[in-house]
Design a protein around this ligand. Structure first.
Ligand SMILES: [Zn+2]
Length: 501
């Protein structure tokens, strides 16, 4: 079989060093073979693509999202904190069939591609528990979209009322009995399903890989966390959890474990290079040092952290401790979109809140590197996130006639700080064009839209009772969590200041 070759001519290619220069690229069988000065000779059988007036950048990589969130767009209260959101999370994923799970992932993938994101780490939840068919449907959606993805069943053996110590007792009596009767799926069938998923993965791992997502340490018993870590080691797959995302989590972790969440995971032996921590906001210096020493990565989600009022992750400190940091959007229902350009810009801008020493702020290049090469490491893919020979041809073509590129002086900075995704003209993943001139070529977006509207009507009706109950309880949970951590615990400085204020 002869190799499939493409030459991309005339583009302004963003190199690893941050400079953009006019270059031609030769792609063979989906990988970048060479990047050369314009006009180099390619074999006659190579397809020629013009990238005139385009900047070519590596596809952005979301280190943390949830495809199930796409079908819940518009359904989360505009002032919900994390725990208020989690109170209603079960209601929002009930009643879904396999088609709904596929549809939600396809919607999520379509948005990511449109916004220049070519790979993601997806923690996908199913109600009441994970299934091989459900995870397979999500993976198939990414396959059909032509994206790369790591797909992890998001799992737990506690629901929020068992997870947060003191919460049940804080609820009014009538609700307490109701909430106490609810329970998560038992541990054994969940772990058996995960083993089945890992042992029988049916997708090409160059594109789509499995992982495990024990959702939040407080929502997982110790035997459950340990079993997840063992499974991840046995099958050599990544593990991702939401770690110290909210102030309440950090404080209640100390209440439950008598130590920090990181300290607890360390004691259980869960910290390793296979683990990545989504959010990683409420960490003290000792936590950060331990994450650095054990090789745990962090997926930074600035847009979601702002939306849910969770806080600001200490990204500079994480980097100073040698921690791999990637950037993610989180789900479409907790950051209202899958816009990796926005998340990358916010990663840089938010670092300025940490102090007035501008040398400590994340530069545009640093933020971009985190959203590409950093995220690639979190996903465990070695050859994505950079335009260089040997790397996968995951390339986003940006229009250079967009206002923020005119006049063009500093392409990288103007892209990181000015781009919102509207300049994305063409997206190539593994050498295949999946989006071109405003049109997604792999999925029928008009049909997805019709199906999403139908599904939303059906699911909202089916889950109306559960949503109404959750809405009532969410306010009480929000009040309970807002009060956590203001007394009696050693917590990061910003938290103490917030409490004093
Ligand atoms: Zn998340």
């Amino acid at each position: 079989m002869t190799a499939r070759r493409t030459v991309i001519r005339g583009g302004l290619v963003l190199g690893h060093g941050g400079d953009a220069a006019p270059m031609d690229m030769l792609i063979e069988d989906g990988r970048i073979l060479a990047i050369e000065a314009p006009g180099f000779e390619a074999s006659e059988d190579a397809e020629v693509l013009s990238a005139h007036d385009r900047m070519l950048i590596p596809g952005l990589i979301s280190a943390h999202t949830h495809s199930h969130g796409a079908l819940n767009r518009g359904a989360v209260d505009d002032r919900a904190s994390l725990e208020m959101f989690l109170t209603g999370a079960g209601a929002s994923t009930r009643s879904r069939g396999i088609d709904d799970k596929y549809l939600s992932a396809a919607l999520s993938a379509a948005e990511m591609i449109r916004k220049g994101c070519t790979a993601c780490f997806d923690l996908s939840v199913e109600f009441p528990g994970p299934s091989r068919e459900g995870i397979s449907a999500v993976a198939r959606a990414y396959h059909d979209a032509g994206m790369r993805a790591v797909v992890a069943p998001m799992i737990a053996d506690r629901i929020i009322y068992q997870a947060l110590p003191g919460l049940l007792e804080a609820l009014p009596e009538d609700l307490r009995a109701q909430c106490a009767s609810l329970a998560a799926e038992p541990i054994e069938p969940t772990l058996a399903t995960c083993r089945d998923i890992l042992a029988n993965w049916e997708f090409d791992r160059r594109w789509i890989r499995p992982a495990l997502g024990p959702t939040i340490p407080l929502h997982c018993s110790d035997p459950f966390l340990t079993a997840c870590a063992q499974l991840s080691a046995e099958y050599g797959v990544p593990l991702q959890t939401h770690l110290a995302e909210s102030r309440a989590q950090a404080a209640l972790g100390r209440t439950r474990y008598g130590k920090s969440l990181v300290g607890h995971l360390d004691q259980l032996g869960v910290l390793s290079e296979r683990l990545s921590a989504a959010h990683g906001i409420w960490l003290d210096d000792d936590d950060i040092a331990r994450l650095g020493q054990t090789g745990v990565g962090v997926a930074h989600n600035p847009s979601s952290n702002l939306r849910l009022g969770s806080g600001v992750a200490p990204v500079r400190k994480l980097l100073q401790n040698g921690i791999t940091v990637g950037v993610g959007t989180d789900a479409s229902n907790t950051s209202d979109g899958q816009n990796m350009f926005e998340a990358t810009r916010l990663a840089s801008y938010l670092s300025r809140i940490d102090g007035f020493d501008s040398e400590q702020w994340l530069s545009a290049k640093e933020a971009f590197d985190l959203a590409t090469e950093g995220s690639a490491k979190i996903l465990g893919f070695e050859k994505i996130g950079r335009l260089a020979p040997g790397y996968e041809a995951d390339i986003v073509f940006l229009r250079l006639d967009s206002p923020h590129f005119v006049p063009l002086r500093w392409p990288l900075m103007q892209m990181v700080f000015g781009e919102n995704g509207a300049s994305v003209h063409t997206v190539m993943i593994g050498g295949r064009i999946v989006f071109d001139d405003g049109k997604l070529l792999t999925l029928d977006e008009a049909s997805l839209r019709r199906r999403a509207e139908d599904a939303a009507r059906r699911l909202d009706e089916a889950n109306a009772g559960a949503f109404a109950t959750a809405a009532t309880i969410a306010r009480l949970v929000g009040t309970f969590c807002a009060a956590q951590g203001c007394t009696g615990h050693t917590l990061p400085r910003k938290l103490s200041l917030a409490c004093e204020g």
